[in-house]
Design a protein around this ligand. Structure first.
Ligand code: DX5
Ligand code: ZN
Length: 233
């Protein structure tokens, strides 16, 4: 568990992590997009893996992960939106995944899958769907280094942030403090709404369209950090 001192020190140091979602990049120039967000000051690269079964879309298979890995030194944040992810933990770890999120409802045994991720040498995390209550995943939180709170239905970039998730974020913010996991939001995050999530205790932010559709990635990342910094001051 993170000590009270370390928690506040993190906040004071503004340990804010911006995690660009490569799903929303221009895949016609993927290598340049990865290099640009890396140089612009991102902290992780978020990769959405979708199997057309757990979510009604396909995305980011092994070829994309290889391209990302080849063009950045940043850690890879791999969000598995696939059925029975336990089958592929070693596969994604070998591809270079540093953080691996699973959706508990997609697993035969979510706790075992998280243990498997840790034994494979990656940091385990769960992704929590908008319809899933915190109580349903309480037993998994102590096993996680990262928790991804979905603020859209998973499957597509460019959807609107769901403000009704703020209550859940607040609840998770307190639990992040208790258990020491990093709390990350995923879905519809922009300069306009990031502050509301930071005030709930969120420190990590997946950003897709709001970053990749912006004219200047570095300026957008600075703007996102600045708003969070003010919220945490
Ligand atoms: C949605 C994905 C997100 C998405 C984020 O299923 O998990 O990572 O690509 O994109 P924006 O920020 O545009 O909602
Ligand atoms: Zn994601």
């Amino acid at each position: 568990m993170l000590s009270e001192y370390k928690y506040w020190r993190n906040i004071m140091n503004r340990q804010i992590n911006i995690r660009p979602s490569i799903l929303c990049a221009n895949h016609g120039s993927l290598a340049d997009e990865i290099k640009s967000v890396t140089q612009a000051g991102a902290d992780y690269i978020h990769i959405d893996v979708m199997d057309g079964s757990f979510v009604p879309n396909f995305g980011c298979g092994s070829e994309i992960i290889k391209t990302v890995k080849a063009h950045t030194h940043l850690p890879l944040d791999v969000h598995l939106m696939i059925v029975k992810p336990e089958r592929y933990i070693h596969f994604f770890r070998e591809m270079g995944a540093d953080v691996i999120y699973i959706h508990p409802e997609a697993c035969e045994n979510a706790a075992d899958t998280l243990t498997k991720i840790r034994s494979a040498g990656a940091a385990p995390g769960i992704a929590i769907n908008p319809g899933t209550y915190v109580e349903q995943v309480l037993n998994l939180l102590p096993l996680c280094d990262h928790v991804l709170a979905m603020t859209v239905e998973p499957g597509f970039g460019g959807q609107a942030f769901m403000p009704e998730m703020l209550g859940k974020l607040e609840e998770l913010g307190l639990l992040a403090r208790k258990h020491g996991f990093r709390l990350c939001v995923d879905g519809g995050i922009s300069v306009d709404n990031i502050k509301k999530t930071a005030l709930c205790g969120v420190t990590d932010f997946v950003v897709g369209n709001a970053l990749f559709k912006s004219a200047d990635y570095a300026k957008t990342i600075v703007a996102l950090r600045t708003v969070c910094g003010l919220a945490m001051a």
